[in-house]
Design a protein around this ligand. Sequence first.
Ligand SMILES: C[S@@+](CC[C@H](N)C(=O)[O-])C[C@H]1O[C@@H](n2cnc3c(N)ncnc32)[C@H](O)[C@@H]1O
Length: 274
Amino acid sequence: MAKPHLLEIRRAALAALALCLAAPAALRAQDEVPFVVTPDNVTLAMLELAQVGPQDFVLDLGSGDGRIVILAARRFGARGLGVEIVPELVERSRRHAAQAGVADRATFAAQDLFKTDLSQATVITMYLLQEVNLQLRPDLLALRPGTRIVSHDWDMGDWRPDRSLTVDAPDKPVGRDKRSRLHLWVVPAQAEGVWCGTGPNRGARLRLTQKYQTFGATLSAGNMTRLVVGRIDGVHLRGVGGFAAAIDGARLRVTDSGDAPPALPGAEFERCAG
Ligand SMILES: C[S@@+](CC[C@H](N)C(=O)[O-])C[C@H]1O[C@@H](n2cnc3c(N)ncnc32)[C@H](O)[C@@H]1O
């Protein structure tokens, strides 16, 4: 038989579990990723890192008091949406947006970030946790190539950022060293697969392997074969020896075949059937 104090511990644990299961979704999400503001200078650095401009639609996942979307609208003329699970913070964000005169461009919704349509964004900002970033990663990788993602402090495991920087953050409410780490990813096009030359380049083949933003390619035409490795920046592939190509939906165009044969400037490819 269990000792009395063990029984008490077990009862307390079961009671805590029951309380947790019964808690409203807002309370649980808030407990997982609490409301902590990004200091103003770090907010600015995040938007600058993403090169936000008037054409952008900024989606802040877990938008807190709305500061990121509001600054994107006020300073950079962008439009945006903040999604936030705590209704009181959404109300506060709307008030702040109205006070800043950008309520038409900076909007807020009380909703779960995991149930949010991410495809509307050209820029996604996040100050969450690494586990949450990793949960979001498959959906982020499936976004339109060229979508920029900026995360405050947390990375995405082996999907390495395209750029990272450290910003002094004297007003940061958490942590002992008053600094923030910012990470930028540009969603790469899905290039992997076998591409077949079209038109005058029928018979040419481009076999591509891809890991996030890096690629390896075997380019073959006639009896010439060449290996190229490089990086993918949105829709643009750039490889050693001057190789450059761009993916536009289902087509791949070699814009520069570089300094070694086979020479295929301007060659168009489509995904090989079968
Ligand atoms: C660390 S704060 C960041 C706030 C703001 N983005 C900023 O950088 O100042 C994270 C926010 O995410 C919100 N949050 C947590 N889980 C969420 C979820 N599943 N859906 C939407 N918001 C969530 C929290 O309530 C909190 O306000």
